[in-house]
Design a binder for this molecule. Structure first.
Ligand code: SIN
Length: 293
């Protein structure tokens, strides 16, 4: 049991921008300490501004991760994963040193975009970080939209995408039943409910910043309303090339004792390899969809 919590002072927070499209490293706070109302607002403001924030030198356990997630907006819904033992809202992003399965989440995506109310954000806490590789990539979708020609923006504002988890988490999907015979160490649980669909505008207005962002995540979109399938996929593929151009990307390198928090409404992300022969484990929570007070 933690006896005395650090008294955090929001004025001590230091955010150092990554110098890339988005992302900042934040120091001067103990996230396992006292999370007072002013500090919570300050952290959320940094998150909205930089889209991905990485807190260095943290000594957080799973309880502190849960407390932090609740303070940032409460838990999001987390389908298709079993949580880690003893915690209802934490999933392990895990790869054993000798694992042979295809890398998890190596495609650009926004977490659980196929839900009716996708999570506003995601927190990822370093547990076991390999000595090299395993970076997480982010692509700024506000910047990607802003850089489009105005005529293109107008056309895209009219479109509604049909999202579904079926390509990934249905029994016949990428992480489906065929994986039972493999050595996948993550507790992924495919289910027929992955075939459900929800529609979201292709261009979303961020509910907290008012900025427009491209909300297109290829693996979780199965069509565009009123558009032929081949036309929709040609458009989405071409769009994805644009969405992840180098100028919109931030490459996040992990350190021990680090927690990162990103905004699913304004960035795409993906995992990378490069740590063959080493174990990698991170604990993940999602932050619930934002509901204005
Ligand atoms: C994820 O997409 O949740 C995982 C990202 C990573 O493993 O770097």
């Amino acid at each position: 049991m933690r006896l005395a919590q650090t008294q955090n002072d929001r004025k001590a927070l230091i955010a150092k921008p990554s110098g890339q499209a988005c992302g900042a490293r934040v120091s001067g706070v103990d996230l396992a300490g006292d999370l007072n109302a002013e500090l919570i607002i300050e952290i959320r403001n940094l998150w909205l501004e930089h889209k991905v924030i990485a807190f260095t030198d943290q000594a957080m356990d799973d309880e502190a991760l849960e407390r932090f997630t609740i303070a940032m907006g409460g838990f999001g819904e987390d389908p298709f994963f079993d949580p880690i033992e003893g915690r209802k809202n934490i999933a392990a992003i895990l790869r054993e040193a000798d694992e042979k399965t295809p890398l998890f989440a190596e495609n650009w995506h926004s977490d659980w975009s196929f839900l009716n109310a996708p999570p506003a954000g995601t927190c990822l806490l370093a547990v076991d970080i390999p000595p090299h590789g395993g970076d997480t990539m982010f692509a700024d979708q506000v910047a990607a939209f802003a850089a489009l020609p105005e005529t293109r923006k107008d056309a895209m504002r009219q479109l509604t995408a049909i999202h579904s988890a079926k390509l990934a988490y249905a029994p016949e999907g990428t992480y489906g039943n065929h994986e039972r015979e493999t050595d996948r160490s993550m507790a992924i649980r495919p289910d027929a409910s992955a075939n459900e669909t929800y529609c979201h505008p292709l261009i979303q207005v961020h509910p907290e910043t008012g900025e427009e962002a491209i909300y297109s995540t290829m693996g979780y979109i199965i069509g565009i309303e009123g558009m032929a399938q081949d036309e929709a996929f040609a458009l989405l593929s071409e769009l994805q090339e644009w969405q992840v151009r180098d100028e919109f990307v931030y490459r996040h390198q992990w350190d021990d004792n680090m927690l990162i928090m990103w905004d699913n409404r304004s960035v795409l992300h993906k995992a990378t390899g490069g740590y063959k022969g080493h174990r990698r484990e991170l604990h993940r929570t999602t932050i619930a969809a934002y509901e204005p007070a």
